[in-house]
Design a protein around this ligand. Structure first.
Ligand SMILES: [Fe+2]
Ligand SMILES: [Fe+2]
Length: 266
């Protein structure tokens, strides 16, 4: 399957006039069907950029949520309200968990909506799920090496470290390899690539999204250079400027940046 990936929301706004940059991620995958991956941080940014890019909210067949953080789910309610029909939303059952960060101050970082207020048809699975022929939700990602989990879960009035079990990737089965789209990469980018390759038993041709390497120690970046199983890397969002620069220096043409308006054809 040939696919086109259009980045709609990203921390940087790229080169096209009229697009907003905002902390978060959203991208549209167009193949046999149209799958939106995440909704960015705010409805107004998502809908503005969709309009500028000529994407009609009603043309989306599925929404895939990579995880429940606010910067990936914040545009969800506005997107649903901008549509005339119900949207099918594929996510992990833990996507609605109440989550907080303590630094730089106590704040909510989970999905800013309750399930009841969202006019959507949720397809929730923690197991791998091929929801359209050739298009998979990774399910929970096996962590054999370091992950990049952040924040806390609020459960029964107590704070417990959040493993972000709901972190999943979208995997598209291609002719000569798979394309993997990750939101924040909290499961660890090495684990995500490995899990995806094992699941479909095909090499990773392109890995697209946030790699969550901001402030990563040099040892972690060296491991990424040595062990990341992907032919081509398109990294943005929470990859971190310093880490991006380091990896670009080592990987050269294998690595490219993401920005709102970026189109990748595979
Ligand atoms: Fe994120
Ligand atoms: Fe996140």
């Amino acid at each position: 399957m040939r696919i086109k990936v259009t980045v709609i929301v990203e921390n940087h706004s790229g080169f096209k006039k009229g697009l907003y940059g905002a902390h978060g991620f959203s991208a549209l995958v167009e193949g046999k069907v149209r799958v939106l991956v995440d909704t960015g941080v705010e409805g107004n940014v998502l809908l503005r950029n969709m309009k500028e890019l000529g994407i009609d909210p009603d043309d989306i067949d599925y929404l895939f949520l990579t995880h429940g953080h606010y910067d990936h789910t914040g545009g969800l309610k506005a997107l649903l309200e901008a549509r005339s029909g119900k949207l099918k939303v594929v996510a992990h059952p833990g996507v609605f968990a109440r989550r907080v960060a303590l630094k730089p101050h106590l704040r909510d970082i989970g999905i800013p909506f309750r399930r009841e207020e969202l006019r959507a048809e949720f397809i929730l699975s923690k197991d791998p799920l091929q929801f359209v022929r050739g298009i998979w939700s990774s399910g929970e990602i096996e962590r054999v090496t370091w992950d990049r989990a952040v924040g806390y879960l609020l459960k029964d009035g107590k704070l417990i470290r959040d493993p972000i079990k709901d972190d999943m990737a979208l995997i598209i089965d291609g002719v000569d390899g798979i394309t993997v789209i990750t939101g924040c990469g909290h499961s660890g980018i090495l684990n995500i690539a490995r899990h995806s390759r094992n699941l479909l038993n095909k090499p990773v041709k392109s890995l697209i999204g946030g790699f969550h390497l901001a402030n990563a120690k040099k040892g972690i970046l060296e491991e990424v250079v040595r062990n990341l199983e992907a032919e081509k890397l398109y990294a943005g969002h929470c990859t971190g400027m310093d880490s991006y620069a380091y990896l670009k220096g080592k990987l050269g043409g294998r690595m490219e940046p993401l920005y709102a308006g970026r189109v990748i054809e595979i």
